[in-house]
Design a protein around this ligand. Structure first.
Ligand code: SF4
Length: 364
């Protein structure tokens, strides 16, 4: 595995720097710190290249945040020692838990009201230049048959906080591995049948770019609704370079039409986007084109580099916290009037934590 770098950045070398940037962009210092942790990773004596970390910030300890970061980012200004996370030597958070971030068959979010299924061996999916899959330990199954989906649901039920999957509001199918539209539609139809057998009425969310045609969305409306398309846009430029072929074949200019087709069939719509791969002009143009056709706030993730090759794929300036604060302001300008707002539990590397355009996102 290539050496993990992490990058020392002038803008995040000290808490005072982060505070100044937070003030300049009118964001809480806590939001700026969490974005910066996601950007730079954490330096520690633990050899983990990727872990789920539960952190409580010193200035806002009542809200725990889960971040998924490398713990061996040697040049990161964030340093973990025992339970203390420091920035430039100043304590900024207490780390409560560290878990391996394995690709597993399924897990819960939002206090058990949402589940993510990984039913098609996501760990074996490769091809997107930014994807850390090849770094992960794999414990995820490749499920193709109804019987196997049932077994996954039974296993999930045992893990559920209250042992009751009927309270699920959404089940997100997280896999990049359906290369063809037909296979995706068949899988979603089978999943709906299994959910119905268990009296689970949850909306199915699907992260994909292979569902594109009106006929597929109509079939899903008949067989798998309620359904939300979470279009894996990821980036608007250099798509051939950055994405696996089945994703790259979806042209940026086609994305809005795909969302419109899904909307036309009565589905919910959203998209995923990795902030740090496109320059800010391309980000603005792309998000502006898609914003009118989403029913949920899109999933914007901070781009995290795990090695020197991944670091080299960043847009100019995207190794600095300031780039992400500018992106955040841009997206707030575009999405603000939609009334849609980010839900932090939906995304592990978000740009928003405590506020969105000055509005509080965390319940008092
Ligand atoms: S589609 Fe790309 S980002 Fe998604 S799992 Fe496969 S390689 Fe990773």
């Amino acid at each position: 595995m290539p050496a993990l770098l992490g990058e020392q950045s002038a803008s995040t070398a000290s808490l005072a720097h982060v505070e100044r940037l937070a003030a300049r962009y009118a964001v809480p210092v806590e939001d700026a710190l969490l974005i910066a942790i996601n950007l730079h990773g954490i330096s520690s004596d633990l050899p983990r290249h990727r872990a789920r970390v539960l952190a409580r910030l010193a200035t806002a300890p009542s809200v725990p945040w889960q971040v998924i970061v490398p713990l061996n980012a040697a040049r990161s200004p964030f340093r973990l020692q025992d339970e203390r996370l420091t920035l430039g030597g100043e304590p900024i958070a207490r780390i409560e838990r560290i878990d391996a971030d394995e690709a597993v068959g399924g897990y819960f979010r939002d206090g058990g009201r949402a589940a993510t299924l990984n039913p098609n061996a996501r760990s074996r999916c490769v091809g997107c230049a930014f994807c850390p899959n090849t770094l992960e330990a794999a414990a995820d199954p490749r499920l193709s048959e109804e019987r196997e989906l049932k077994e996954l649901l039974a296993a999930l039920c045992e893990q559920h906080p209250r042992g009751d999957l009927t309270e699920l509001r959404e089940i997100t199918v997280s896999t990049g591995c359906f290369e063809r539209e037909r296979a995706a539609v068949d899988h979603l139809t089978a999943l709906r049948a299994v959910l119905s057998d268990h009296s689970i009425e949850a909306r199915i969310g699907f992260l994909t770019s292979v569902l594109r045609n009106e006929a597929a969305f109509e079939e899903l409306a008949a067989q798998a609704a309620p359904f939300i398309l979470r279009l894996t846009a990821e980036c608007f430029t250099r798509r051939d370079l950055l994405l696996k072929a089945s994703k790259a074949t979806l042209a940026t200019s086609e994305m809005a039409r795909v969302l419109q087709r899904a909307l036309g069939a009565g589905h919910g719509t959203s998209f995923t986007y990795i902030v740090g791969l496109d320059d800010l002009d391309a980000l603005r143009a792309g998000v502006t084109a898609l914003a009118p056709y989403v029913t949920e706030f899109p999933n914007f993730q901070v781009y995290q580099s795990h090695n020197s090759i991944m670091a080299g794929l960043r847009a100019e300036g995207a190794q600095e916290l300031e780039f992400y604060l500018q992106a955040r302001t841009t997206i707030e300008e575009i999405m603000g009037s939609s009334g849609l707002r980010p839900a932090a539990w939906e995304c592990y590397r978000p740009l928003w934590y405590f506020t969105f355009a000055g509005e509080s996102l965390v319940g008092a």
